[in-house]
Design a protein around this ligand. Sequence first.
Ligand code: NDP
Length: 333
Amino acid sequence: EKNSKKLGIALVGLGTYSTDQLAPALLETKLCYLSAIVTGTKEKEQQWIEKYGIKKENVYTYKNFDRIIDNDEIDIVYVVLPNSMHAEYTIRAAKAGKHVICEKPMATSVSDCKKMITACKKANKKLSIGYRLHFDPFNDNMMRLGQSKFYGNKMTVATEFSFNVSDINHWWRANKKLAGGGALMDLGIYCLQASIYTFGELPLTLWGKDTTKPDSIFNEVEGSIEWEMTFPSGKAYCKTSYESPFKSHLILNTEKGKLELSPSFTYDGIKGTTPDGEMELKNVNQQALQMDTFAQNILQDTSSIVPGEMGLRDNYIIEKIYESAANHSAVVN
Ligand code: NDP
């Protein structure tokens, strides 16, 4: 059989990201393929069986999910559920003896992140976070140029990821219990990641401010937030919002001029410039590369470059940003 040597992936939660990005990407992967689905929506079962040739016996619900323990065609469980469900399904997958990719944010609390790491360690399974931009050549170039201090030792990062949401009815991201937080957990996490991977350092201190509009439709989670982080090599100024026109950029100001990715965090169409001109790079299928790289980690028993520990680190910093915003004071990391 064609797929016999590829690792099987089970997508858990067949929402927008699974449907529009991950499943199509799994048609392009070389080391893994979509072998199973886990869904709570009956109508999706037949649609996915037909579209992706999934075997009937490889279709699971949230209730019978733990039976994957008996399925050899599932090597990796990919958790693509609302944020507050990531921990439970990662832990259940590890207990069923499966490697796990968990979407960002890793969880809605640091304590859940720790439990997830422990569960995967105990099961001797790998855990990776859906940080797709580590597989994008433009962001990778920014990492290499920033971290190597190619344009000088002193740097400033300015980054924003925002878009406008006009209707939050039935939108789990506006629900504190399901999302854990607002724009920061969902979009700002990209700015946090970008600041850290551009400096290649961890923030020493940070300062956050909730900038949700006074007349906001968001009442449980922040609609907008801004924060600053001080790194050994300079400062990062970050913004994220559900209440703004679309913005997606990563700017690095150096002693020798400006580097910019714009858009920076999209699935496609990323463009970049340095003081030396345009980055001559091509966009790739980030998700395909991300999943194939994880499959390779498993096959060769190497470490994920976006491991659970990185997700934990980011959830920790997110908690600090919320703490700073709530107390109107700087926080030492
Ligand atoms: P959606 O709302 O589109 O899909 C979530 C799916 O989860 C639903 O379709 C449903 O699938 C399942 N689900 C189970 N319980 C619930 C519940 N109580 N409420 C809502 N849905 C439920 O979300 P996304 O696909 O956009 O996001 C899913 C995860 O992926 C999030 O953690 C998000 O942060 C992450 N993500 C990451 C991206 C990236 O670029 N890395 C991009 C987009 C999202 P079913 O009907 O099959 O049960």
